[in-house]
Design a protein around this ligand. Structure first.
Ligand SMILES: Cc1cc2nc3c(=O)[nH]c(=O)nc-3n(C[C@H](O)[C@H](O)[C@H](O)COP(=O)(O)OP(=O)(O)OC[C@H]3O[C@@H](n4cnc5c(N)ncnc54)[C@H](O)[C@@H]3O)c2cc1C
Length: 488
């Protein structure tokens, strides 16, 4: 039995804690904030309950697989609702389409926009399903320690079908010529902190996730999901210390011996850092123990930050579904400002979540809970003036799109961007999502699960393989737990 300290109570941290406690270790999670869930923190104000981070529950199979490791089911901890429509897309004021849980309806939609689109979508989804199945079996759950692992013979043989070396946009064009439909197939790349122009086409598997596996909602929101994960961990014997910040990882003779926290020193045989990787390396370790020093991070493609707006609105907004996406006509320009020419976008695409459409507990009766997300480059200058300007621009635009009055009905308002990401989560450059999923930052090229300089120091979470998103960080922890089981 080892004494293990986990730094951070994000989903990655809690999943690792539960798995390692299940294996008989003495596990404590130390979290600087006052609640579980990491970026899935919750803010309560005047009867509104805001999920401040993730809102799309995707890949239900991953959660099932995780809970099965404890002989449990997700339903033992939270209730799931399949959303209908899965989401609503606003191309313009008079051009609004719904993506349905019913595939037939989506096929009809594609046929309406592109002659032959029905068959093309079918083929695209068949390929996406194949890619998903192979990726899950041979790629996602795997630990990569050597280059050879990545370019293993099997993968190379399958490489052509997995489309690792083509961009998603180029790949999608082979099937879908209509630009609006392509946006529907490509928008999920923002979830991966990338663009369809830079992300490997392998990630077209996200369309299988989106269209076939469905878009779900944990009743009570992601706060309820985080509490469900925490309950599972506590049942395994995990202890949680909230409002406790780790200030230093103590290393002696190249091995971890404990941590110094805001409340004192604690010894440990193993440490698993779930906190943002660059922060841990650059701030909690002496330079000689940093596998990835400052210069490394400066060269990396950092995933976007976001300007978030949490709004409590008096009365209902008829035009919204639970998830709503607005795709600007020139969305390439917006992507350009996120990655290649970091700057605030002129005419951004954005996302509006309205969970009060499915969940009566997140807003006072007959009112609406809105969460607006504008993806923007990490590292931008974030001032109250800029935030306010975008707030006005987006709300005016939303009123135009929906034809409904929103601004005058806002009774709760909070804006959140780079500075808050850094203050809340120690996020490098204020990133919301960590490390982008470019080809050069996939699998073995992501940050290592194990420190190369310090014995007993491991990392889980969105900087590591397989990457960004709640299901991905849960898998990241499964990989570590498996590794520790097989070679403790
Ligand atoms: C706005 C937004 C929307 C998103 N939407 C979705 C979505 O719809 N679906 C989806 O699946 N994913 C979504 N994601 C991505 C997803 O939330 C993340 O990939 C995932 O939650 C990251 O989990 P993690 O465990 O790696 O890290 P985190 O959740 O960041 O957890 C790390 C924890 O470490 C703590 N910490 C940091 N430093 C210290 C320290 N020194 N001492 C103690 N504790 C420390 C932090 O406070 C934090 O709680 C979204 C993310 C954001 C920000």
């Amino acid at each position: 039995m080892k004494k293990i300290i986990i730094i951070g109570a994000g989903f990655g941290g809690i999943a690792a804690a539960a798995l390692l406690a299940r294996d008989g270790h003495d596990v404590t999670v130390v979290e600087k904030n006052d609640q579980p869930g990491g970026r899935a923190i919750v803010w309560n104000e005047k009867g509104f309950v805001f999920d401040m981070g993730p809102s799309w529950y995707l890949m239900p199979d991953v959660f099932e697989q995780f809970f099965a490791l404890f002989n449990k089911k997700p339903e033992d901890y939270y209730k799931l609702i399949r959303l209908n429509p899965a989401y609503r897309v606003f191309f313009d004021k008079d051009e609004i389409v719904d993506i349905s849980p019913d595939l037939e309806k989506n096929l009809q939609l594609f046929e309406r926009y592109q002659k032959g689109g029905r068959e093309q979508l079918k083929k695209y989804l068949q390929a996406a399903e194949y890619q998903y199945t192979i990726a899950m079996k041979e790629f996602i759950y795997k630990e990569y320690r050597h280059l050879w692992d990545f370019f293993s013979l099997r993968l190379l043989l399958k490489g052509s079908k997995l489309h690792i070396f083509t961009s998603l946009d180029r790949y999608a064009q082979r099937y879908i010529t209509d630009q609006k439909l392509r946006k529907i197939l490509e928008y999920t790349m923002v979830f991966l902190g990338g663009t369809p122009f830079d992300t490997p086409a392998l990630y077209s598997l996200m369309s299988h996730v989106d269209f076939n596996l469905g878009v779900w909602y944990p009743d009570g929101g992601f706060g309820a999901l985080a509490r469900g994960f925490q309950r599972l961990a506590v049942e395994q014997g995990v202890k949680f210390e909230f409002n406790t910040e780790v200030e230093k990882i103590i290393v002696k003779n190249g091995s971890v011996t404990g941590v110094k926290t805001s409340k004192g020193e604690t010894s440990a045989d193993l440490i698993i850092a779930n906190a943002d990787y660059p922060y841990v390396e650059m701030n909690l370790l002496e330079p000689t123990y940093q596998t990835y020093p400052k210069e490394y991070w400066e060269k990396k493609a950092i995933a976007p930050s976001a300007l978030l707006m949490y709004l409590g609105v008096k009365g209902k907004i008829k035009s919204f579904a639970h998830h709503n996406l607005y795709f600007a006509t020139d969305w390439e320009k917006h992507f350009q400002t996120i990655f290649h020419e970091p700057s605030w976008p002129e005419n951004p695409s954005y996302y509006v979540s309205c969970p009060s459409k499915s969940d009566a507990t997140v807003a006072p009766a007959d009112d609406e809970n809105l969460f607006i997300l504008v993806p923007v480059a990490a590292g931008l200058e974030d001032t109250p003036q800029v935030r306010e300007r975008y707030f006005n621009q987006i709300i005016n635009h939303l009123e135009l799109l929906t034809g409904e009055n929103i601004k005058d009905r806002i009774i709760v308002k909070r804006l959140f961007a780079h500075k808050d990401f850094t203050q809340y989560y120690h996020a490098y450059k204020g990133t919301a999502l960590g490390l982008a999923h470019t080809l050069g930052q996939t699998a073995i090229f992501r940050c290592s699960h194990q420190s190369k300089k310090v014995k007993g120091l491991y990392y889980t979470g969105h900087y590591t393989h397989p990457g960004i998103g709640v299901p991905m960080v849960v898998i990241s922890s499964q990989i570590i737990a498996e590794q520790l089981r097989s070679s403790p």
